[in-house]
Design a protein around this ligand. Structure first.
Ligand code: OAD
Length: 489
C-alpha cells in the first residue's frame, strides 16, 4: 500500500513534538549565560513561550537541561541534606515573583546569604554529581535556568484555596476555559495514556517500539501504518455514551458559561454529550473524519471503523476507483510499485530476494488515516488562533480536567493565559510542573458532581447515583489541595 509522501519540510506553527513538560519548562535559558545576564535570558525565554502559538518553536533545550534531575516538593518536604526545606523553597519562590530576578539575585547569592548550589534546590534542581567539589560559581548557570523557569511559571493566586472558593468561582464565572484529557473518558472504559498499569502506553511493550508514544508518531505511521492500526481499535469510540464529566461541560454550556473546551481527546465524546462544535477545539483532532494520506480524500470516520475494529488497514476508496479506472485505459509503460513498509523492513533485515522483477507491481490505494494529530504534525490552526486572538482576553476561569499536561503545546496553555485568571485542576494525580490555585483530586466524575451539588445546580447523569455522598478532605501540607472520595449513596 502506498504511504503518504515524505513531508515537504514546510515549517508551520503549533508543532506538537513529544516533549516532557519538565524539560520544556527548563528550556528558555542558555546554560552558558552567567547570573548577571539572567534578566535578558528570561525575557527571551518568556517571549519564546508567548510566541510559540504563533511562530515556529523547535526549542528543545540544551543537553545539560535534559540531564538535570528534578527535585519534587514532596522530597523537599521530607528533607534532603544540603537542600532547602519546602518552606524555605516556597519563601524563595514567592520572593522571586515579588521582587523580580535582578533584586532576587542581589539579595541571595549577591549578598552571600545562600550558596547557588543550595538555592538551585529551592527551584527543584538537584545539584548534579559531576559538579561535586566545584566552586559555587559553577552552579550559576544551573541557577540561571532554575530562576528563569520559576519566573516564567504562573504563580499561584493566594486568595483561592478552598472548595468553597472553587464553587464560588464556578458560580460567578461567565467565560470558562475547560482543558480536558484522557482522564475524562476512563470511566467509560477508554484507557488514558500514562496511568501506571492501566494506561495505553503501559500495554504496548509487544510492539517493540523504543517509546510507546511512537504509536502516534507520524513518521512511524508513514513507515508502517499497521503499528497504529494494531492498537486503534482499543481507543476507538464505542457507543454513543458520555461520562458525567462530559455532562458537566455540557452543563457549563447550557448555563452560558463555557467559553471553550480545549480537548486533547480524540474520541469525539463531547459531541455525544451535546457540547456544540463551536464550543470545542479538538486540539489533537479526532476520529470523526479520516483522510487519505495519498490523495487527501476525506470521509466520515465511521466509514473506516469496520476495518479498524477488524485490525485492518483502511484503504482509500477514491484512490481505488481511480486505479480501477486507470486500469481500463490502454497501458503504456509498466509502472513501478512503491514498496510497502513491510517489504522495506524485510529488505532492511536482509530477507529480500534478489529478483528485481519483484520491484514492478501496480500502484495501490492510499491509507486512510483518522484525522487525529500525530506527534510531529501541526495542531489545527483553530487552536492557536482561538486561544490567542479570542479566548485569552475573555477567559475568567480555567478548569483543567483529567490530563497529565505532559504534551506540548496544550500543556502550555495554562501558562499563556493572563496570570490573574484563577485556575482549578481536577484529576486523580496532582502535577508539579504547573501551579494551579486549587487542586481537586479524585475521580473527575465524582469531583464535578460534588461541585455541582455544592453549587446548588441540578446535575444528573445515570452514572451518578442519586443521593451520592462524597467526603472531601484536605491533603496534609497543601492548603489548596483537596481529596474527593465517595463514601455512600
Ligand atoms: P494522560 O494519560 O497523560 O493523563 C491522564 C490523567 O488523567 C492522569 O493524570 C490520570 O491520573 C488522570 N485520570 C485518569 N482517569 C481519571 C479519572 N477517572 N478521574 C480523574 N483523573 C483521571 O492523558 P492526556 O493528558 O490526555 O496525544 O495525554 C495527552 C496526550 O498524550 C494525548 O492527547 C495523546 C497522548 O500521547 C496524542 O496522541 C497526540
Amino acid at each position: 500500500m502506498d504511504l503518504v509522501p515524505a513531508p515537504t519540510g514546510k515549517s508551520s506553527s503549533l508543532k506538537s513534538p513529544v516533549v516532557e513538560v519538565e524539560a520544556v519548562d527548563m528550556a528558555p535559558a542558555d546554560t552558558k549565560e552567567t547570573i548577571t545576564t539572567m534578566e535578558n535570558t528570561a525575557a527571551v525565554g518568556n517571549e519564546a513561550m508567548q510566541s510559540e502559538y504563533e511562530t515556529d518553536s523547535d526549542d528543545s533545550g540544551s543537553d545539560l537541561e535534559a540531564e538535570l534531575e528534578v527535585l519534587h516538593d514532596e522530597e523537599l518536604r521530607c528533607g534532603i541534606p544540603d537542600a532547602c526545606s519546602l518552606d524555605e523553597a516556597i519563601a524563595f519562590r514567592n520572593r522571586l515573583h515579588e521582587v523580580g530576578k535582578a533584586v532576587f539575585v542581589q539579595e541571595t547569592i549577591g549578598a552571600d546569604t545562600i550558596t547557588a548550589k543550595k538555592l538551585c534546590t529551592a527551584f527543584g534542581i538537584l545539584p548534579p554529581d559531576f559538579l561535586d567539589g566545584a566552586p559555587d560559581s559553577a552552579y550559576h548557570p544551573l541557577l540561571a535556568i532554575a530562576i528563569s523557569r520559576e519566573f516564567s511559571r504562573r504563580p499561584k493566586l493566594p486568595q483561592y484555596n478552598s472548595i468553597e472558593d472553587a464553587v464560588k468561582l464556578l458560580k460567578e464565572s461567565k467565560k470558562i476555559i475547560v482543558i480536558t484529557g484522557a482522564g475524562i473518558s476512563t470511566s467509560l472504559g477508554i484507557p488514558d495514556f500514562r496511568s501506571k498499569d492501566t494506561g495505553l502506553y503501559s500495554k504496548l511493550e509487544h510492539l517493540g517500539l523504543s517509546d510507546p508514544q511512537e504509536v502516534f508518531d507520524i513518521s512511524v505511521f508513514r513507515e508502517d501504518p499497521s503499528i497504529f492500526f494494531s492498537i486503534a481499535k482499543d481507543i476507538l469510540p464505542t457507543e454513543k455514551k458520555y461520562s458525567p464529566t462530559h455532562g458537566f461541560i455540557r452543563l457549563l454550556q447550557d448555563k452560558g458559561k463555557l467559553l471553550t473546551n480545549y480537548t486533547q481527546n480524540i474520541d469525539n465524546i463531547e459531541a455525544n454529550a451535546g457540547v456544540l462544535p463551536e464550543n470545542i477545539v479538538q486540539c489533537h483532532g479526532s476520529f470523526a473524519t479520516a483522510s487519505c494520506v495519498k490523495c487527501e480524500h476525506k470521509v466520515m470516520g465511521d466509514e473506516i471503523f469496520g476495518d479498524i475494529r477488524k485490525g485492518l488497514i483502511p484503504e482509500c476508496s477514491s484512490c481505488r476507483k481511480k486505479l480501477e479506472d486507470d486500469s481500463l485505459k490502454p497501458q503504456g509503460m509498466k509502472r513501478k510499485r512503491s514498496t510497502s513498509a513491510t517489504q522495506k523492513r524485510r529488505k532492511a533485515d536482509g530477507e529480500d530476494s534478489s529478483d528485481d522483477d519483484e520491484d514492478y507491481e501496480l500502484p495501490t490505494p492510499g491509507v486512510m488515516k483518522p484525522d487525529i494529530t500525530f506527534f510531529g504534525e501541526d495542531l489545527p490552526d483553530e487552536f492557536g488562533r482561538r486561544l490567542i486572538h479570542q479566548d485569552r482576553d475573555q477567559v475568567d476561569l480555567v478548569i483543567v480536567i483529567g490530563t497529565s499536561l505532559k504534551v506540548a503545546p496544550v500543556a502550555e496553555v495554562p501558562g499563556v493565559l493572563p496570570r490573574n485568571v484563577p485556575q482549578i485542576y481536577i484529576s486523580r494525580t496532582p502535577v508539579s510542573h504547573t501551579s494551579f490555585d486549587i487542586d481537586l483530586l479524585g475521580d473527575c466524575d465524582v469531583v464535578v458532581s460534588e461541585l455541582c451539588r455544592r453549587a446548588g445546580w441540578d446535575f444528573q447523569h445515570e452514572m451518578i447515583p442519586a443521593g451520592e455522598k462524597v467526603e472531601v478532605s484536605n491533603v496534609e501540607g497543601y492548603e489548596s489541595r483537596h481529596m474527593f472520595k465517595v463514601v455512600g449513596a
